[in-house]
Design a binder for this molecule. Sequence first.
Ligand code: SAH
Length: 340
Amino acid sequence: MTEPEVASEFRRRLVERLKRAGYIRSEAVEQAMLTVPRHLFAPPGVSVEEAYEDEVISLVPGLATLSQPSIVALMLEELGARPGLKTLEIGTASGYNAALLAEIVGDGALVCTIEIDRSLSRQAARNLAAAGYEAVRTRAGDGALGWPEEAPFARIIVTAEATDLSPNLLEQLDETGVLLAPFSAPALPALLLRLSRDAAAIHGGFVGIPVAFVPLRGQYGQAPGEVFDGVRRTLWAVQHRVWENGAALTLDQRLTLDLVAVALAEGAESPAEQLASRAWEAYLDAGQPDLAEVRVTVRPLAECLPTALALRRRAHAFCLELPGQRIPAGGGESSSQEGL
Ligand code: SAH
């Protein structure tokens, strides 16, 4: 067998495995993963066989990777890319995911991808050309700010862990646009946040499973080693609440409870035990929801719920709504920022 035939056989096996495990769900993602030669995007020294294992491949230690195929598939499914949709990717790395996007949208020229590391961006352009995707638009720069000249986009996919999203990026989504990003709150694993917009707001929720990506760098990156002591202490106190109450929470429920606790701890100076009690009560009141039941709205902090369950970020807050605590239509002139 020739190398392309060998590679094609490895791809077929990988795709079978990802389908069985439920990561690949659509014909479009399946076809794209069967087609794009991942081995042409791997760094030197990675064999063709290794390039088709369901493993992450490091490009720059701690800073850039060729993502794990199962997570790439999961994200493409949740993004809902479709033929003809103009798409922006933040974090080109090798260019592999950009090539998959080109297959799915059906035209490389509809795919724009930004990479903060100049030499990676150059290498990605070479990889894309070698694999036949020279039409994909690559750019070196801080993708957190988006690509204003090419906006609006129907789909935006962030492939590095973000603690915040810039208003510039959110504004570049078109009216029916969808943005997908691994979103991390302090001391928690990154969760896939899917946002869309309507006339009134940008909102959405969490999908899929917790993921691990390299951190987003640049203007909207996390400061190195940034830790929130209050958050850590509160999460410990939450752990005690769960033990004391002998509660049997699923991993998903536990993540939801922790997210509520982080949101409370970020916004208040109260002692950890008190914050943990408030988080626990709010969580029980809401009927012990799963992550998928938490609604996220990106808006000014003052317009969050009276409970102020919000991750406060630079230009806006990520307001969390638990079941039964919907934000009243029209926003919150009357909201106060304390309580629960
Ligand atoms: N999409 C890739 C995986 C990306 S790894 C794939 O197909 O496998 C994350 C990449 O995001 C890294 O290459 C990193 O350098 C890049 N990155 C981090 N912060 C960025 C930013 N602000 N703008 C653009 N790229 C960024």
